[in-house]
Design a protein around this ligand. Structure first.
Ligand SMILES: *Cc1c(COP(=O)(O)O)cnc(C)c1O
Length: 368
């Protein structure tokens, strides 16, 4: 592509960077991609104002944003995001996974945060335009991908508590390797009883930065106790398992059935979660979305009726949970290793994403 003349892709004007990364530097970034540390040369962007609506769809040089210190998002956290991946298949084609679901969740998050709703078409087009522009950045190694991070923030310059009359939508992209560099490793989870991620009527079902800010201190405290991550309970009764800071949770029972906490309004509706529910059903397991009391999970781990516990999300796909601790208990899940149901679900899902297994539910969306 010429570095001077703007072209257009899927309604997006392409304004190529004047300073593209050299082939050597890009090769170095792609050789050992660490999650979220290297970014491609461009970003997709659409601006919004109350008067003009969404306008100025473009792909431009990746770079710092200049923000007035009074920009609304810096004060009242009116911000949302998404996360999905572009996968290169063996034949060179590039695909993403259920992006319509991410587009729809982004619209629901926008509604909850009083941000303008971006159409599904604009969301999908922005991914296609960015990935086409930066296609040289899509890694080719096993379990590598280009992580896509769409986000939107309130950009009006004012101090006042009301929805912003201006917003910016951007997509940035980062080449990523396997989430666990040394293979899938079971994680240890601390169940927080004195902090909650979200409350009834709050923003738990929206993918917003504020939820993550609230999860950092509990996460830090759990790490100080020697655990990898935190599991949150519901804030109303402090007895029901909800999810981790950024991943949903599944429980596998000795009778082969599988359970996951039902969407209560304070749990984030993961695309991976919904895909796993389908795959587990397809495999003939009984699946229940239901309230899961911590007491029941603890008892099941003690008497062996719970055989596996795992977490899931786009970034790490499926992560076995090998140890569950909290105030007054510290339990190993079965033998502490990844169980067979967890491993087979992980393999099945990644096989579909990388084009190694039939896409029988039409989940893949071609980008290139
Ligand atoms: C993003 C996210 C998940 C996982 O969602 P996926 O669509 O599967 O990536 C789970 N919980 C929280 C809190 C999240 O933000």
């Amino acid at each position: 592509m010429s570095t001077t003349s703007p072209t257009s892709l899927a309604n997006f004007e392409i304004r190529p960077t004047a300073t593209p990364t050299s082939d050597e530097d890009r090769a170095a970034a792609l050789a050992a991609p660490r999650f979220g540390t290297a970014f491609t040369d461009h970003m997709a962007r659409i601006s919004w104002t109350a008067e003009q609506g969404w306008h100025d769809r473009r792909v431009e040089a990746y770079g710092p944003l200049r923000l007035d210190p009074a920009t609304a998002v810096l004060h009242y956290a009116q911000e949302i995001f998404e996360g999905l991946k572009a996968y290169r298949h063996a034949d060179g084609s590039v695909w993403t996974f259920r992006p319509e679901a991410n587009a729809q969740r982004f619209a629901r998050s926008a509604h909850r945060l009083a941000l303008p709703v971006l159409s599904e078409q604009d969301f999908l087009d922005s991914l296609a335009a960015l990935v086409a522009t930066d296609s040289a950045w899509i890694p080719t190694g096993e379990e590598t991908s280009l992580y896509l991070r769409p986000f939107m923030y309130a950009s009006e310059v004012f101090l006042g508590v009301r929805p912003s009359a201006a917003a910016e939508y951007l997509v940035i992209a980062s080449p990523v390797g396997p989430y666990f560099a040394s293979g899938v490793r079971p994680v240890s989870i601390w169940v927080a009883e004195d902090y909650h991620r979200a409350g009834a009527g709050g923003t738990g079902a929206a993918k917003c930065g504020g939820n993550y800010a609230a999860s950092l201190l509990p996460q830090q405290e759990a790490q100080a106790l020697g655990f990898d991550q935190v599991c949150f309970l519901d804030s109303s009764t402090n007895t029901l398992v909800e999810e981790l800071g950024g991943m949903n949770v599944f429980v596998v029972h000795a009778d082969g059935s599988v359970s996951t906490p039902e969407l209560s309004g304070s749990i984030l509706e993961g695309v991976t979660r919904s895909s796993i529910l389908q795959l587990v059903r397809d495999a003939g397991h009984e699946v229940r979305e239901r309230p899961i009391p911590l007491a029941e999970l603890r008892a099941g781990l003690e008497d062996g009726s719970v055989t596996e516990v795992f977490a899931c999300g786009t970034a790490a796909v499926v992560t076995p949970i090998g140890r569950l601790g909290g105030v007054g208990f510290d339990l190993t899940v079965a033998d502490g290793e990844a169980g067979p149901v967890t491993s087979s679900i992980r393999a099945e899902l990644t096989d579909i994403q990388y084009g190694r297994a039939a896409d029988r539910h039409g989940w893949l969306h071609r980008l290139l």
